[in-house]
Each structure stands twice: as structure tokens, then as C-alpha cells.
Design a protein around this ligand. Structure first.
Ligand SMILES: [Ca+2]
Length: 206
């Protein structure tokens, strides 16, 4: 999604909340929808001092392992970063599932797909943090991988990053925690390596 105005008229600055879109076939059935939150000025007089906003859709595939009790119903959160710059934080990934919010995600052997629209240009993710809140029955989760792609407004894939995990995120199995981080960033991008609690504060305040 790209939206802009021509800065004409008196006081042309525009504070845009959102753009919601739906694509309907000839039978009136909604085939796709994408919601873009903007929540900023499109104005030459207010930050970030431009009259155009564009978005990026991050498509995420999450592979759950095939071992016994690999699935989870806990709430799964995902953060994507380039070094210390974390540009995407999704507190509840299931809300963005392509099978709808009520689908049972992260079950044994699943390949679940998620699409997260943003109002900023695409970023390259070389670092990924995923965790769950250990809620629900048998919350331990065996996670195989997280594959990510960043698509621009024309549907063109700008970046992709594959993160292999292949371990338990569980309090009952080694390494006995419910968070995994995979970092492919070059060493010079890691000089501000924050603990996750600080990182989350940073992302929430951004
Ligand atoms: Ca589940």
C-alpha cells in the first residue's frame, strides 16, 4: 500500500489513522483483506516531514516439529531485528494467521502461515526472537523453523530470511526455556546486544 497526497490547498497536512482494504469477487465474497495502520502525519510541517506512506507485509512460515507433544496452544510472540534495531514485534502471532484467528496453530507437524502488514518500508531481518508464554495444556513446543519474507506494496519480495531452530521451547525439556533467538547478523551489527526485557521496552516505546 502506498498512499500520498499532493500537498495542495490550505493546511494540507493530513494525520492518517489507517487504510483498510478488501478484495471481493463477483459473488461478493471477500477473497483477501489487508489492514494498514499508519497513525502519523503526512505533512511537510510535522515529522517525518513527507506526504507519502508506504507499507510492507511480512510473511512468516512457522514449522512445528513432528515429535510427540510438539504442538502448543500457548501465545507465541515474534520479534524481527537487524542487529539491535528491532523493527517488528508481534505479541500474538496467531492473530495474523492466514487461516483466521480461531484456527488451531502451532500443532504437531504444522506449517503455519502468518501475514503482518506494517506502515513502513521493508527491512531485512538477520535476527529473530520467538517465544511463548507457557500457557495452556502441555505448552512445551518443539519448533523446527521460522521462515520470513518481506513484500513491498507491489507484492515483490524484497528480503527473505530463514531461521532454523530445531529445539524445544519448554520448561520441561532441554534447554529449559521458552524463548529462542537466532542471529545471522554480521558481527559489527551486534554491538548493542540488549537483554530481551530491555529490547521489549524499546520496541514497545518505539
Ligand atoms: Ca495450537
Amino acid at each position: 500500500m502506498i498512499i500520498r497526497h499532493d500537498n495542495s490547498g490550505g493546511k494540507p497536512g493530513w494525520y492518517l489513522d489507517f487504510v483498510y482494504t478488501g478484495a471481493y469477487d463477483n459473488n461478493g465474497v471477500k477473497k483477501f483483506e489487508s489492514d494498514f495502520g499508519v497513525y502519523r502525519w503526512l505533512a511537510t510541517s510535522e515529522p517525518p516531514y513527507n506526504t507519502e506512506a508506504e507499507g510492507c507485509i511480512y510473511k512468516v512460515e512457522v514449522g512445528t516439529g513432528g515429535v510427540k507433544n510438539a504442538g502448543t496452544d500457548a501465545t507465541v510472540s515474534l520479534t524481527l531485528c537487524a542487529g539491535s534495531n528491532c523493527f517488528l514485534h508481534v505479541p500474538n502471532l496467531a492473530q495474523y494467521g492466514t487461516s483466521g484467528p480461531s484456527h488451531d496453530y502451532f500443532e504437531r507437524g504444522n506449517r503455519d502461515l502468518f501475514e503482518i502488514p506494517t506502515n513502513e518500508g521493508c527491512n531485512y531481518a538477520c535476527r529473530m526472537i520467538i517465544r511463548h508464554d507457557n500457557s495452556g495444556n502441555k505448552p512445551g513446543w518443539y519448533l523446527d523453523f521460522v521462515y520470513t519474507g518481506a513484500y513491498d506494496n507491489n507484492g515483490v519480495k524484497r528480503f527473505e530470511s530463514d531461521f532454523t531452530v530445531n529445539r524445544w521451547l519448554a520448561t520441561s525439556e532441554w534447554p529449559y526455556n521458552t524463548e529462542a533467538e537466532v542471529n545471522h547478523c554480521p558481527a559489527q551489527a551486534e554491538n548493542a546486544h540488549l537483554p530481551f526485557s530491555l529490547l521489549e521496552q524499546y520496541v514497545n516505546n518505539a
